[in-house]
Design a protein around this ligand. Structure first.
Ligand SMILES: [Zn+2]
Ligand SMILES: [Zn+2]
Length: 109
């Protein structure tokens, strides 16, 4: 952030062909920026892999079941499992899959 040296107002960053300048909106005076600092681009981070949260393709027959009402068919039994969120500090997410209609839903714990 730059402030105008003559009137003290906050200057606005403008991009030009030659680089960036700070322009005072009040008195129009300009101040060039350190172009090396402006042009510095942060290295791109590799994309994080998307965490698979469901178990859609897995056989859940071995999973424990829980007595919970399916929001879709109102069956009262669902297979359940927990998935730890990526950050690890948000706790686990409890997933359920209805034993009757295979609808998958979840609860946040
Ligand atoms: Zn000014
Ligand atoms: Zn159901």
């Amino acid at each position: 952030m730059e402030f105008c040296s003559s009137c003290g107002k906050r200057m606005v960053l403008r991009r030009t062909k030659d680089g960036s300048v700070f322009v005072c909106p009040a008195c129009n005076c300009k101040k060039t920026t350190d172009s090396s600092a402006v042009k510095k681009v942060a290295p791109k981070k590799p994309r994080e892999k998307i965490v698979v949260i469901g178990k859609e393709d897995q056989d859940l027959k071995t999973n424990p079941t829980a007595k919970i009402k399916c929001p879709k068919c109102e069956n009262n039994l669902a297979y359940t499992w927990q998935v730890q969120t990526r950050s690890g500090d948000e706790g686990a997410t409890q997933f359920f899959r209805c034993t009757k209609c295979n609808h998958t839903f979840r609860l946040y714990t």
